[in-house]
Design a binder for this molecule. Sequence first.
Ligand code: URA
Length: 271
Amino acid sequence: MVGESMHIDAIDWSLAKALLEWQVEMGVDEAILDAPLSRYELPETSPAKAASVAIPEKKSASAPPPPPVEADPVADARAAASRAGSLDALRAAIDAFDHCDLKRGARNLVFADGNPAARVLVLGEAPGREEDIEGRPFVGRAGQLLDRMLAAIGLDRASANAESAVYITNVLPWRPPQNRDPSPEEIAIMRPFVEKHIGLVNPDMIVLMGNISCDAGLGRRGILRMRGQWAEAFGRPALPMVHPAYLLRNPAAKREAWADLLSLKARLTGH
Ligand code: URA
């Protein structure tokens, strides 16, 4: 054993080797300091110091930190939406909104397209792949069919004339992964933004494209029963229609969709 007074110079080679081997045996695998340091020689903590350290511990034990305040995404969405005084401000507010997980999986925010002066607002469901890439609603196959349907009654999202223009947006501004249906929670969280969006555009009437839009606007689904029957959504006349993506899969349903388009045209022109 090495005596306390033994100086390092006094250790011969074989003893030093034996000591090192013993340390390795004990699990030492790294030298932290260049010079040896005896932990036993550190000054002892005085009782007064120990007491002063114990006080905050005692305090925190008797007064645990308050529980974290639960975020209320719908209330936050409502507050953010109500502060937006213009479409640009609303877009920025949605862009800054972090309570909807869809945002994290999406490439782009899909806000709207068309003419904000339009009398007709088309409310779709959520962006698909092409919309996510382009950052514009209804630009994929379903969107091209929608453009043809609107053109058949003289409406065009690119029109500068409010009478023949259309404004297009979606319930959800971010693409759900694998195009799954948005959850009721996601719809509820984003609904205040939709409501504000419609308020800012202030259209005369709304087309609710598909079940998700009916859910957001009317609080119910069942598009095949509801289609063609005017209702009230967001405080204005609203016409539920089957989604163009459904029409692509079920061309036979185009007959009813045509009847609904004529009903929209009649309401617009007043006869
Ligand atoms: N379907 C929708 O409902 N919205 C889009 O933007 C694209 C497809």
